[in-house]
Ligand binder design. Structure first.
Ligand code: PMT
Length: 224
């Protein structure tokens, strides 16, 4: 029988990369596969939560028991998150790897090679910070972010925890090839303002269950 520990809670989880168009055939993106976010969606749904998974382009199958909303760009992702959080959500988890910048003027036609030029320039402008925006709008009771770092993992993660108005941040070292982007395994450090959890390296499926437990513990210890 399905466990009902999270029954009555609405969790919004973002996953995957964003895709920022350059012209009708080209885009800027990153190596996120969506595996971490999809595993979290499945783990929360298995405990009875109503889960909205807001997904950038991935090759993954839809996890059962989850409502999936497909988006491409960061701006679309922010819009979809706001729609999903029209009634304040219980938990928002940002596992997506969102492009910090997008192309300023997206070409409406395929850009042509200029035969006399060896360089070309694209002007980028800042994308909204989705999790920070939603946190400032109180779109959920609890905000859990990820921090993808290649150095000073804990220090940089703590900085993001504070600056983005989060309750918990899940830090992973994306310079390692055995974990992080696209791998089936991950290893993380979870930080709150004054506590730290260090679950063991595990498959994203197993790790997601631990992470959901940590979030549940945090909800019990710090009721809102
Ligand atoms: O998808 P996988 O292949 O399974 O890989 C998993 C992962 C490595 C992508 C995942 O574990 C991870 O670390 N996700 C966050 C990636 C990221 O963009 O981290 P960041 O440190 O740049 O961002 C910090 C937080 O702010 C994240 O929660 C991010 O979703 C959020 N953010 C970032 C930029 C932005 N414009 N808006 C945001 O909301």
């Amino acid at each position: 029988p399905k466990s009902a520990e999270l029954k009555g809670q609405h969790w919004i989880i973002t996953a995957g990369p964003t895709m920022e168009a350059i012209d009708p055939v080209r885009f800027i993106s990153n190596h996120s596969s969506g595996k971490m976010g999809y595993a979290l969606a499945k783990a929360a749904a298995d405990l009875g939560a109503e889960v909205t998974l807001i997904s950038g382009p991935t090759n993954l199958a839809m996890p059962s028991g989850v409502k999936r909303v497909d988006v491409k760009s960061a701006q679309e992702m922010l819009y979809a998150c706001r729609v999903a959080a029209a009634d304040q959500a219980d938990v928002f988890i940002g596992a997506a790897a969102i492009a910090d910048f997008r192309v300023k003027d997206v070409a409406t036609q395929k850009m042509k090679k200029q035969s006399n030029e060896n360089e070309m320039q694209l002007t980028l402008i800042k994308n909204p910070d989705i999790i920070a925006t939603l946190s400032s709008e109180d779109a959920a009771k609890y905000f859990i972010g990820f921090a993808a770092e290649t150095q000073n993992v804990v220090t940089y993660a703590k900085d993001k925890l504070e600056k983005k108005g989060l309750d918990l941040i899940i830090a992973n070292d994306v310079s390692r090839s055995d974990i992080g982007f696209n791998n089936d395994q991950n290893q993380v450090v979870v930080l709150s303002k004054d506590a730290q959890w260090t679950p063991e390296k595990a498959s994203k499926t197993e790790l997601a269950k631990h992470l959901v437990n940590i979030i549940q513990t945090f909800q019990t210890e710090q009721p809102k």
